[in-house]
Design a protein around this ligand. Structure first.
Ligand code: NAD
Length: 268
């Protein structure tokens, strides 16, 4: 008899599910483990390919178009899951990232860029987890919350400081979730990717945002997805309040995103 990661009978909400990213891979792996999937993305065109993939795997799936960084749209997500399936057993908050033009030294970072980074990479994670946990507590049903952070949360995040700070905040808040909600059977963990070969990142491989040499440490989206599905599953019943780095040892070599000195750049 094989030991399986089993999500049979569970309704799993995944925020940020583009086909070529970590969320799309998570939707497919969770579907293979038997879950019913609720996929959230900011527009229908990003959602559709993943909905097709999950349906092709024979799983039940429901798509929600919402901008998670908008508090009002975010507030509608968990109620839509409940309206459709009546329960919520797990959450993977994957949506996040930095826009190309937002990589800049701290002293040049405008307020708006700082605020946008926090809204997309931290604030919505609080709102979704709070709303899901409220329902799990109300239904007296256990659950698992998985929040995608980054190795940029570990030491420093040069030229993407607000992003690194937001991801550090995810790690901290996730530990508090684990502590406060343990008595209700709710687990909460963070997953920290290093450099992942998602479509978004591959388009930037030759840009200044990727540290030369780090390509050998690239993980595949499915490797992150497997870690997330494991934490969502009952196989991880003893694991809560942890930050799990999945980076093929990238973070043992250097902090996430070393930069060339600006003085050297100016002199070159
Ligand atoms: N790819 C990497 O190398 C890497 C490294 C460290 C951390 N991460 C983190 O992993 C997560 C996923 O990254 P990815 O590379 O798979 O990115 P991705 O761009 O492929 O996936 C992110 C998904 O979130 C969606 N999204 C973005 N903003 C949204 C919004 N406002 N509302 C709703 N959906 C929104 C995008 O449309 C996309 O589907 C992010 O949180 C990112 O910070 C990625």
């Amino acid at each position: 008899m094989a030991l399986e990661m089993d999500l049979g009978g569970k309704v799993i909400l995944i925020c940020g599910t583009a086909r070529g990213g970590i969320g799309g891979a998570t939707a497919r792996q969770a579907a293979k483990a038997g879950a019913t999937i609720v996929a959230v993305d900011k527009d229908q065109a990003l959602l559709d390919p993943t909905l097709e993939d999950v349906m092709a795997l024979g799983a039940a799936v429901h798509g929600i178009v919402a901008n998670v960084a908008d508090p009002r749209e975010c507030a509608s997500i968990v109620p839509q899951v409940l309206a459709r399936f009546g329960r919520i057993d797990g959450v993977a908050n994957v949506a996040g990232g930095t826009a190309e033009g937002e990589w800049m030294p701290l002293d040049e970072t405008p307020d708006e860029s700082f605020r946008n980074s926090l809204a997309l990479n931290f604030e919505y994670v609080f709102r979704i987890c709070r709303d899901a946990a409220r329902e799990m507590i109300r239904q007296e049903a256990p659950g698992s919350l998985v929040n995608v952070s980054s190795v940029s949360s570990l030491t420093s995040a040069p030229w993407h400081g607000p992003y690194g700070a937001a991801k550090s905040a995810i790690n901290a808040l996730t530990r508090t979730m684990a502590n406060e909600w343990h008595e209700f059977g709710i687990r909460a963990n963070a997953v920290l990717p290093g450099a992942v070969a998602t479509e978004r990142v591959l388009t930037r491989v030759n840009s200044a945002n990727v540290v030369p040499g780090s390509e050998t440490n690239f993980t595949q989206p499915v490797e992150l997805a497997n870690a997330i599905v494991f934490l969502l599953s009952d196989l991880a019943s003893g694991i809560s309040g942890q930050s799990l780095t999945v980076d093929r040892s990238l973070s043992t070599k250097f902090c996430g995103g070393a930069r060339v000195s600006r003085r050297q750049m100016a002199e070159a």
